[in-house]
Design a protein around this ligand. Structure first.
Ligand code: ADP
Length: 191
C-alpha cells in the first residue's frame, strides 16, 4: 500500500495537494477537518462536540479523533492506500495511527511535510476565510491554530524523522510547482 501522511501548518496547502495526490495515485482521502465539518453540518453529537473546540482553534480531544479514525480505516480490498490529511496532529494520534495500520499489516510509507513561512500562512488563511466563510479562518482563531500547530503538532516531525519517513517539501510556489516537488518524491518510492 502507499500510505501518505500530508503534514503542515494550517494554510500550508495540505487539502489542495492531497486532492492532486488522490487524482494521480488513486488514494483514499482521510481528512479529519472535512469529516468534522460534515458532522457539524449534520448536527450529530460528534459534530456539536467537535465544534466547541474548532471555533476556538483548539484540537478536538485525542480519544474522540482516534475512535473516529478507527471506524474509518476499514478494509477495502481494492484500496491502494490512504492519504491522511490533518491527522495525526499529536504524538498520541501518531502512535495510535501506527498501531491501527500495523493491525492491518501495513504502515506509513512517507510523511510529506509542507514547509511554509508563517507570514504566508496567516495571509492565505485570512483570504480563504473571506472566500469560504470557514468560521475558524478569522484572525484570532488563526493565531491560536498556529500556536497549537507549533506546540502540539510540529513535534510529530521528530517522531517521523526518527523513523526515516519525513520528507520536507518547500510549500511556497504555484500549486503545480509544489505538486511537482511532491511527485518527484512519491514516484521514487517502491510500494
Ligand atoms: P487546518 O486548515 O487548520 O489544517 P483542518 O480542516 O484540518 O484545518 O481542521 C480544522 C479543525 O478541526 C482543527 O483546528 C481542529 O479543531 C479540528 N481537527 C481536525 N483534525 C483534527 C485532529 N486530527 N485532531 C484534533 N482536532 C482536529
Amino acid at each position: 500500500m502507499l500510505n501518505i501522511v500530508i503534514f503542515g501548518a494550517p494554510g500550508s496547502g495540505k487539502g489542495t495537494q492531497s486532492q492532486k495526490l488522490i487524482d494521480k495515485y488513486h488514494l483514499t482521502h482521510i481528512a479529519t477537518g472535512d469529516i468534522l465539518r460534515a458532522e457539524r453540518e449534520n448536527h450529530t453529537r460528534l459534530g456539536e462536540l467537535a465544534n466547541q473546540y474548532m471555533v476556538k482553534g483548539q484540537l478536538v480531544p485525542d480519544d474522540i479523533i482516534i475512535k473516529m479514525l478507527e471506524e474509518l480505516i476499514v478494509h477495502k480490498p481494492d484500496n491502494v492506500g490512504y492519504i491522511f490529511d490533518g491527522f495525526p496532529r499529536t504524538s498520541n494520534q501518531g502512535e495510535a495511527l501506527d498501531n491501527m495500520l500495523l493491525k492491518k499489516d501495513t504502515d506509513i510509507t512517507v510523511v510529506l511535510s509542507l514547509e511554509v513561512d508563517d507570514k504566508y500562512l496567516t495571509e492565505r488563511l485570512i483570504k480563504r476565510g473571506e472566500v469560504s466563510g470557514r468560521n475558524d479562518d478569522t484572525e484570532e482563531t488563526i493565531k491560536s491554530r498556529l500556536q497549537v500547530y507549533y506546540r502540539q503538532t510540529a513535534p510529530l516531525k521528530d517522531y517521523y524523522e526518527k523513523q526515516g519517513k519525513l520528507v520536507r517539501i518547500n510549500g511556497v510556489g504555484t500549486i503545480d510547482e509544489i505538486f511537482g516537488r511532491i511527485e518527484r518524491v512519491v514516484d521514487k518510492i517502491n510500494y
